[in-house]
Design a protein around this ligand. Structure first.
Ligand SMILES: [Zn+2]
Length: 374
């Protein structure tokens, strides 16, 4: 579920849709078309149910996006840039590129999303009120009523006080204001988030065993999501706090050995792997980075082909995604390591390979700096 599709930009912010959203979009449309609308408004045609279901699901999608844009707009106007908005299984996430400067800004960013949802609830309700009294078509009013209802749920669900939900952010801002300690307030707010996640799971299991199977399953899923998100957001704050100001150049291995791309695998084993005992080398051509070769890449080549296969044939050659610079933030690179599951990256300054950095180097730095109370 890690694939995001970038669709368009609003206020210069890239909007991405996670593939899980398509599953939920289909499920919501289907349950509206087959369940909710026919059950509540039995006298309409099949075609009407389909139109109503698809339009309602689409406007629900737009409502979730507007909720996120509410956060993003307020964040942007207060000097917190937004990297991207991702819509996924349980709604949306606005990815702020840094923590808010103070509790007041944090509070305003957090409240903006549910604020938008409640405004939408009122707008849809007023529209429903007008349409249900004036329109002759029986198909429009139910859609508007449904949207008023789900926007109310959206606003309220997000106000649950467990970090990283909006309510949890408000709780964190409040504790932050009182204690003046961002990391500690994140810790407390995410513990509350974890506890709320746990109660969702417990409630979900009770529902499953008392016959409300689908509802219970949803609660369990949301509970697991909340627990995992709380844990991850707390770790993120710890990591960026601990590695604040630490650059790749500070912790990389500078004594890097590079390999020319034209040598054979046999050569590589005899003269590099056995000689230097590293499990990974940057590959160069006339000093310029061309790729990266690891023990794993080499294992794909059968022994009989070692003397006729060159390094350039089996190396990882997507240089732009592999390389980092000495000036990159270590915390940012760690995020990339986790996201892309790459363990080793060549460090490049201009055209020159100046070092290599591994996941182990960053985790080691994290351990040392947190021991030192950095
Ligand atoms: Zn929100």
């Amino acid at each position: 579920m890690n694939t995001n599709i970038r669709v368009f930009k609003v206020f210069g912010i890239p909007i991405e849709i996670n593939v899980s959203w398509f599953i939920i979009f289909a499920l919501i449309s289907w349950s509206l078309v087959k369940g909710y609308f026919p059950a509540n408004y039995p006298d309409l045609s099949i075609a009407s149910y389909w139109a109503m279901g698809l339009i309602a699901a689409f406007l629900l999608f737009a409502s979730v996006l507007l909720h996120e844009l509410g956060h993003s707009y307020v964040a942007k106007t207060h000097g917190v840039p937004i990297k991207r908005i991702t819509l996924f299984l349980f709604g949306g996430v606005s990815q702020l590129s840094k923590e808010s400067a103070n509790p007041r800004i944090e509070c305003m960013i957090a409240i903006a999303g549910p604020g938008v949802s409640y405004v939408l609830m009122i707008v849809f309700f007023v529209a429903y009120y007008i349409v249900s009294r004036t329109s002759t078509s029986g198909a429009i009013a139910p859609v508007l009523k449904y949207l008023a209802y789900v926007n109310g749920i959206l606003g309220t669900f997000n106000l649950i006080p467990g970090f990283p939900l909006d309510g949890g952010r408000l709780l964190r801002a409040f504790i932050w204001k009182v204690t003046g300690d961002l990391q500690r307030s994140t810790y407390i707010a995410s513990k509350v988030g974890g506890a709320i996640g746990f109660s969702f799971i417990a409630l979900g299991f009770i529902s499953v065993f008392t016959g409300r199977f689908i509802f219970g399953l949803w609660l369990v899923l949301i509970g697991f999501f909340l627990r995992q998100a709380a844990e991850a957001s707390y770790l993120q704050v710890v990591v960026s706090n601990t590695l604040k100001g630490v650059k790749v150049g500070d912790i990389m291995k500078a004594d890097v050995i590079t390999v020319p791309e034209s040598i054979t695998i046999q050569d590589l084993i005899d003269n590099y792997f056995f000689k230097y005992h590293y499990d990974c080398f940057p590959v160069t051509l006339a000093g310029r980075l061309r790729g990266l070769i690891t023990l794993d890449d080499m294992r794909q080549v059968p022994r009989s082909k070692w003397s006729e296969t060159t390094v350039s044939e089996v190396m990882q050659s997507d240089v732009d995604t592999l390389k980092v610079t000495p000036h990159d933030d270590a915390a940012e690179i760690l995020k990339r390591v986790v996201r892309d599951r790459c363990g080793k990256m060549p460090v490049v300054e201009g055209d020159r390979v100046v070092g290599i950095i591994t996941r182990k180097d960053i985790l080691e730095a994290l351990r040392i700096f947190s021991d030192l109370g950095h």
